[in-house]
Ligand binder design. Structure first.
Ligand code: GCW
Length: 702
């Protein structure tokens, strides 16, 4: 295994300096297995650089001191272990006294610090790996004063990244659909990348933030990509081999039409015996090649992908046939709920895309197999910078649900704009769909918060990584990937604290002037950058004012007369979508109380979602006290000012961060400023022309 970065690749949040504290210690690693070997290897690499030492487990019981008479600074051990130094053994005894066996589960770890040293214990190898990376995050403080025993376990068992990577370069979407970071890590021009070193480095970064599953191809499954399931399984196995040492399981996006397209069957009807047998047999062959294969991801009956509707079958019928094939091997199907009519007539005011997922799936609650995970985009539309939560999240108590985020910044600046998304995700995860005091969205995804409830499906996100030297195109977009993993591990984490961790790991330890200035600057630039982005783009939750197709930059009416179901209905009097039960599409009725009533009421609806739920006159007074039209002007002027300030702030870091990183971010901030001005001017001009209402402060509107 090679933990070295390829030379031309940025080390992201695992630069060598991040291992300094660990690498100068005397370390004992006890246990066996692939992931324990990874831990040992990581520790050895760090020690080779910083002068520490890693010992193999002793052949006989040891006391607190090693044979050489030196005590261990750090013991990392899989328990039960018979041969622990006395301090570590005491921690193990303490743990047993307080917790039953299995309390740490498959991925948890225990951290304790005594006068003699630091101890990390785990009951399964993955726990030891996560414990190691936790120590990296802690740095010197892992070896400071005594720490009480801490138990760390992930809130979500499944913490997954979906890659929308194509094997062939797609004529419209390219190598990576909605990818803004170069080519694919896995595929290039129809072939698997010959050198998988970067995939290994990626797996290591993912393990260090807590991700444990990766789907390696686009949910839009084209002809070549379909064949990964059968003819090109060797490619999938090669990727799985490289990710396995970091505890990451590989998943595949598959086409529902595969039995016809690959198997030569006359039908893909999920209730057909031949089709069931084909899926069972094909899946068995996958597990022969990749024994720890994670399972399938399916986008069916959506945006042109085939699905069970063609056979008059339900999505439960469709998902269950794949689930049955995977069940004997412990695999799961991630079945996406992103199903809507993408060829609707814009004149038809009765069809509401926001309603579609709930209308399709809620009636199927309870019909899915246990190993089906319904994967729901967090909002009812499509990863806009602001949406309410998807009502599906509250509508299917008898189904395992995964919540899907978009780390790739399709609608949030395409990795040319700084837009730290964790505050947004955190808001979603903490949202209580049944009102104050009830379970959160994170609880639903984690599952099991109420007896009898289905196990959760975890968190999934579309990755923002490609073969770009900085991984994510915009170097600061790495923070989004890092934060996704951390929030999937613990959704209660404060997103600003997570950003601080990322800054600390990525930059601060290597900064000559000490970490203070760079930390302050990056917080000033990034903490509120999502709100800044929101300010200069589509107002008050209305969404979709992007340029159709590539989705970058403003085009207020770009989608207004299209079949995509994404409209804002601005006219001379007002703007917004009436989704009320009283006079609109009735979407508000898909929420349980209290939200069905909060969103229904124009007075109670939160400002930031007002135009998602209501069509209001430009003079409507918001809860903030401003009118809608004045709010539009104010936020658009302010948003651009904030980007200009971000840019000035970054300038002052010249000489303090790596010159390559500095130059790339500077160039992108220039583009962000240009684009934000374009947004401001188009949106302001559009609404001024529609409404005829001038800006109260007389600022220039073209
Ligand atoms: O946001 C839309 C994107 C599509 C994507 C789709 C989906 C992979 O514009 O490119 O297709 O969502 O989530 O399936």
């Amino acid at each position: 295994m090679n933990t070295a970065q390829p030379n031309d690749v940025h080390a992201a949040w695992l630069p060598p300096e991040a291992f300094r504290a660990l690498g100068s210690r005397h370390i004992l690693v006890c246990g066996e297995g692939t992931l324990v070997d990874t831990v040992r290897h990581e520790a050895a690499q760090a020690c080779a650089r910083y002068g520490g030492r890693v010992d193999l487990p002793p052949p006989r019981p040891v006391d607190a001191r090693s044979a050489s008479g030196t005590s261990y600074d750090l013991v990392l051990a899989l328990i039960p272990a018979g041969l622990l130094p006395i301090t570590a053994a005491a921690v193990e005894v303490g743990y047993r006294r307080r917790h039953g066996p299995g309390a740490l589960d498959e991925e948890g770890f225990l951290l304790a610090r005594h006068a003699e040293g630091t101890v990390v214990l785990a009951e399964a190898p993955a726990g030891l790996l996560y414990g190691l990376f936790h120590l990296v995050r802690l740095g010197e403080s892992a070896f400071g004063l005594t720490r009480p025993m801490e138990l760390h376990r992930p809130a979500m068992r499944r913490r997954m990244l979906d890659h929308w990577d194509n094997v062939d370069v797609h004529p419209v979407m390219g190598q990576v659909e909605r990818g803004y970071a170069g080519g694919s890590l896995f595929w290039r021009d129809g072939a698997r990348q010959a050198d998988l070193t970067r995939v290994g480095a990626y797996g290591r970064l993912l393990a260090a933030c807590g991700v444990n599953a990766v789907a390696v191809n686009n949910v839009n499954v084209h002809t070549t990509e379909m064949r990964l399931l059968t003819h090109r399984l060797g490619d999938v196995a090669a990727i799985a081999d490289v990710l396995r040492p970091y505890g990451i399981r590989v998943h595949l996006s598959v086409s529902f039409a595969a039995p016809v397209a690959l198997g030569g069957l006359p039908t893909a009807d999920p209730l057909d015996g031949g089709v069931r047998a084909w899926w069972a047999d094909t899946t068995r062959q996958v597990y022969e090649r990749v024994p720890d294969f994670g399972g399938y991801v399916v986008k069916a009956d959506s945006e042109g992908q085939p699905g069970p509707f063609a056979y008059g079958r339900s999505h439960a019928d469709g998902a269950n046939v794949l689930a049955d094939a995977l069940a004997p091997f412990g695999g799961v199907v991630h079945w996406r709920a992103f199903v809507y009519h993408h060829r609707q007539d814009w004149r038809d005011r009765s069809t509401d895309r926001a309603r579609a997922a709930c209308d399709h799936f809620a009636p199927l609650d309870g019909q899915f197999r246990d190993n089906v995970i319904l994967q729901v985009k967090h909002g009812p539309m499509d990863f806009q910078p602001r949406e309410p939560i998807s009502p599906v999240i509250a509508a299917m108590p008898g189904t395992r649900l995964a919540v899907e985020f978009q780390v790739t910044q399709e609608y949030t600046g395409q990795q040319r704009h700084v837009c730290y998304l964790a505050p947004w995700w955190s808001e979603v995860l903490r949202f209580t769909p049944w009102g104050d005091g009830g379970p959160t969205v994170a609880d639903v995804a984690a599952g099991g918060s109420t007896a009898g409830e289905a196990a959760g499906g975890g968190l999934v996100a579309v990755s923002n990584v490609g073969d770009d030297p900085f991984w994510t195109g915009h170097p600061l977009a790495q923070a989004n990937l890092y934060a996704f993993g951390r929030l999937a591990w613990d959704p209660r984490l404060d997103p600003v604290a997570v950003l601080d961790e990322w800054i600390q790991l990525t930059f601060a330890r290597s900064t000559p002037g000490g970490p203070g200035p760079i930390r302050r600057a990056l917080h000033e630039i990034m903490d509120d950058s999502w709100h800044t982005y929101e300010r200069y783009t589509a107002p008050l939750g209305v969404g979709f004012m992007v340029r159709p197709g590539h989705h970058y930059g403003p085009d207020v009416d770009g989608y207004e007369y299209t079949p995509w179901g994404t409209y804002h209905f601005a006219d001379r009097d007002g703007v917004g979508v009436d989704r009320t039960r009283a006079s609109g599409t009735g979407f508000t009725g898909q929420y349980p109380p209290p939200w069905r009533d909060v969103y229904e009421s124009v007075e109670r609806c939160p400002d930031e979602l007002l135009l998602f739920f209501h069509h209001v006159p430009y003079g409507h007074v918001l809860r903030s006290g401003s009118t809608v039209i004045q709010h539009i002007y104010d936020t658009h002027f302010a948003g651009v000012e904030q980007v200009a300030a971000m840019r000035r702030r970054w300038e002052r870091l010249a000489g303090m961060v790596d010159p390559g990183v500095h130059a790339r971010v500077r160039e992108l901030l220039d583009e962000q400023l240009r684009c934000a001005q374009e947004w401001r001017d188009q949106i302001n001009a559009y609404f001024f022309r529609k409404s005829g209402v001038p800006d109260a402060y007389g600022r220039p509107i073209p």
